[in-house]
Design a protein around this ligand. Structure first.
Ligand SMILES: Cc1cc2nc3c(=O)[nH]c(=O)nc-3n(C[C@H](O)[C@H](O)[C@H](O)COP(=O)(O)OP(=O)(O)OC[C@H]3O[C@@H](n4cnc5c(N)ncnc54)[C@H](O)[C@@H]3O)c2cc1C
Length: 401
């Protein structure tokens, strides 16, 4: 039957409208992110920046993993020259950008001071200050009085310090909810209390039975090497991914401001940037620091509290309780640098991160983290180790590149 011309034009207009809507629906790609830690949240941020719809699953009511247990250090200073430093510097830019848009992150470009208490440690700091990439890190070697001019709270006995202007601080207990608040809208769906239990190409099923079909699933399970990611991580464990447990503590607020983050000379033994000739001349650390692989890192929270750590335990099964000996050691080290007692310890906790230990030729990440397509349309990203908070935004950016 022939329609009158006006009705035919109307029908055509409706058909055009429907095909435009279908095209838009097809163009708006949908991403499912599993894991509400910093890697999951940064993938959600980068996906939304590119216009994708995001559904975000987290098995707990709120993230409880390494991302809320860390120092909140955006730590450039100790990174290995080359790819690791490049990733950390790009991440530092992205954190600063996000910090301007999301004040709840508590981003502060505070810098850090790594302090020497003897000549051997000072020698390593001098060598670090002379590195070809010292400018990119914002390194400057300071004597005792210059250290105190930068950070007057450091009244203890010091041989000198290495200022790193590139280091920064965020508030780990606030950052993830703040970023989710920034994403809030109809194209971002946060689903806490949903554990991903099954993976299929381009889809993930949560424990309620709901399937989330999408263009891409991004699994960011942190140090959970069992469960849905377990079948992929089984072979990764052989290929160099391990878990590390750290002990931490936090004091009541200190009345005075600490203008920078602080590290002591023990950290010179561990961070790759300080793998310099002077390292071999460093005296041994006390047995408790050797046994627990302790190094002092000290960060003041926005409310004045001091987050103090850390230790490193590599052998599983990990201890389930916390050991007081390294806490005594770290407290004594902090008080020696501040030249004053620290406030009462208010909180103690332990955290676990996963880290790649060797470069896996099947994975992207250059040995700095693991990323691989484990099923068609399903990508696993984990293993960023002690650099995960720092590098998360740049890692997420690389996933979308
Ligand atoms: C004590 C400590 C201090 C640290 N300090 C720093 C620091 O100052 N600077 C720095 O750069 N790095 C630091 N790190 C490292 C950094 O915190 C981690 O690399 C980073 O937080 C890892 O983020 P993630 O998102 O991969 O893991 P996580 O934060 O562990 O998040 C993973 C999330 O996935 C969820 N999940 C797992 N399986 C499922 C599933 N099947 N379904 C749904 N959800 C699931 C978990 O519940 C969890 O919330 C520190 C780590 C620790 C432990």
């Amino acid at each position: 039957m022939r329609l009158p011309p006006r009705a035919a034009a109307k029908k055509l207009a409706i058909q055009v409208e429907i095909s435009i809507i279908l095209a838009v629906v097809r163009l708006t790609q949908r991403i499912a992110v599993v894991g509400g830690g910093v890697l999951g949240v940064m993938h959600a941020v980068m996906a939304r920046r590119r216009g994708y719809e995001v559904v975000h699953l987290e098995r707990e009511a709120e993230a409880r993993g390494a991302s809320v247990r860390n120092f909140g250090l955006v730590w450039v200073s100790g990174r290995r020259a080359g790819a690791e430093l490049g990733l950390a510097l790009r991440a530092r830019e992205l954190w600063e950008e996000l910090g301007a848009a999301v004040p709840g992150l508590g981003f502060r470009p505070a810098g850090s001071l790594t302090l020497a208490t003897d000549e051997a440690e000072l020698r390593v700091l001098k060598e670090a200050a002379g590195l070809p990439d010292a400018d990119r890190r914002g390194f400057e070697l300071l004597d005792q009085s210059a250290v105190r001019a930068v950070n007057p709270a450091l009244r203890g006995d010091l041989a000198g310090g290495l200022l790193c202007r590139a280091d920064a601080i965020v508030e780990p207990r606030q950052a993830l909810p703040a970023l989710r608040g920034y994403l809030a809208g109809e194209d971002y769906q946060w689903l806490p209390g949903r554990e991903a239990v099954e993976i299929a190409p381009n889809a993930v099923r949560d424990h309620t039975g709901a399937w989330h079909h999408c263009d891409l699933v991004i699994l960011c399970p942190g140090a959970t090497f069992t469960g849905v990611a377990g079948r992929y991580l089984g072979h990764l464990a052989r290929d160099g991914v391990r878990r590390v447990r750290l002990q931490m503590m936090q004091t009541a607020p200190l009345a005075e401001r600490l203008t920078t983050a602080v590290a002591n000379g023990e950290s010179l033994r561990y961070y790759p940037a300080y793998d310099l000739p002077g390292r071999a001349q460093l005296p041994p650390v006390p047995p408790v620091a050797e046994r627990t692989r302790a190094q002092l890192l000290l960060v003041q929270r926005a409310d004045g509290a001091l987050t103090i750590g850390d230790t490193h335990e590599y052998a599983e099964p990990f201890t389930f309780d916390v050991d007081e000996d390294p806490y005594d050691h770290l407290r004594a080290r902090a008080e020696a640098l501040l030249g004053a007692p620290i406030p009462r310890i208010q909180r103690r906790w332990a955290g676990v991160y996963g880290e790649v230990t060797t470069e896996n030729p099947l994975a992207a990440g250059r040995g700095l983290y693991h990323r691989s397509e484990v099923e068609p349309g399903v990508v696993l990203v984990t293993g960023a180790g002690g650099r995960g908070m720092t590098c998360a935004p740049a890692i997420a950016e690389e996933t979308f590149r």
